[in-house]
Design a protein around this ligand. Structure first.
Ligand SMILES: Cc1cc2nc3c(=O)[nH]c(=O)nc-3n(C[C@H](O)[C@H](O)[C@H](O)COP(=O)(O)OP(=O)(O)OC[C@H]3O[C@@H](n4cnc5c(N)ncnc54)[C@H](O)[C@@H]3O)c2cc1C
Length: 200
């Protein structure tokens, strides 16, 4: 399984600093437990773990597959539960930041703000080498730019590859961006509010 492979690579290469990261989708009911176990394994075997935290982009597919194949859905039943699990994972990582490096892969303003608050509470510098924020290229620049201006480590995620290979990715983004309730709706309302403010 891919997780076993990544664990082996972390054990081999993440001795002094984190070179290898796993991705954990926090909409999955088993991932907080997985995070805790990964940390325990790293502690016992004296290496560091890298975790890119995301909520997860394949919710419908996961549920459909589970239903078709007759096993319980691996995804939380609602958004609130996913949000809780995501933020709990952030708390766990910051608590153990000496051994865990994180990439906070989200466009959620609350989870981005939460991480800055957790860092402040633990007196960690804004540019702590084990903490990165990341948004997709072309999305949520208001989060990326404001964080970067305050000296946090920020990256923009740029997918690349042959068009046929990245088509599923582009379709997912198109779907997210056409939903008024989704990401673009949120960004649009922020832009409109700012336009109104500047008119006054
Ligand atoms: C830098 C970066 C890298 C990424 N890499 C990956 C990756 O490797 N793999 C991957 O799968 N995704 C990846 N994503 C996408 C990510 O998983 C999310 O789909 C996307 O970022 C939206 O979640 P959010 O936290 O930004 O915002 P939000 O709008 O707060 O959350 C939306 C997410 O909440 C969850 N959700 C929504 N409704 C429900 C519901 N009814 N029940 C349960 N959960 C629900 C879903 O995960 C949904 O995508 C990445 C995102 C970023 C920013």
């Amino acid at each position: 399984m891919i997780d076993d492979l990544v664990q082996e690579m972390m054990q081999r290469f993440n001795k002094e600093k984190v070179m290898v990261y796993n991705t954990i989708q926090m909409y999955r009911t088993d991932r907080l437990d997985f995070l805790r176990k990964s940390y325990e394994h790293a502690k016992q075997n004296n290496y560091m773990i890298g975790m890119k935290l995301v909520r997860g982009a394949y919710m419908e597919k996961e549920r459909k597959r589970a239903e078709e194949m007759g096993y319980p859905s691996p995804v939380f039943p609602d958004k609130a539960a996913t949000d809780q699990s995501y933020d709990d994972a952030l708390r766990f990582c910051v608590e153990h930041i000496d051994r865990i490096a994180i990439c906070n892969g989200t466009h959620n303003e609350n989870s981005s703000a939460l991480l800055t608050e957790l860092m402040l509470a633990k007196n960690l510098s804004n540019n702590h080498p084990n903490i990165w924020f990341s948004q997709l290229y072309g999305m949520s620049d208001h989060i990326s730019y404001n964080l970067a201006k305050q000296g946090y480590n920020v990256s923009k995620y740029v997918p690349y590859g042959p068009v046929t290979s990245v088509l599923p990715y582009l379709i997912r983004r198109a779907q997210e961006n056409t939903s008024v309730k989704g990401q673009t709706g949120r960004e649009l309302s922020l832009i409109l509010t700012e336009k109104m403010r500047r008119r006054q």
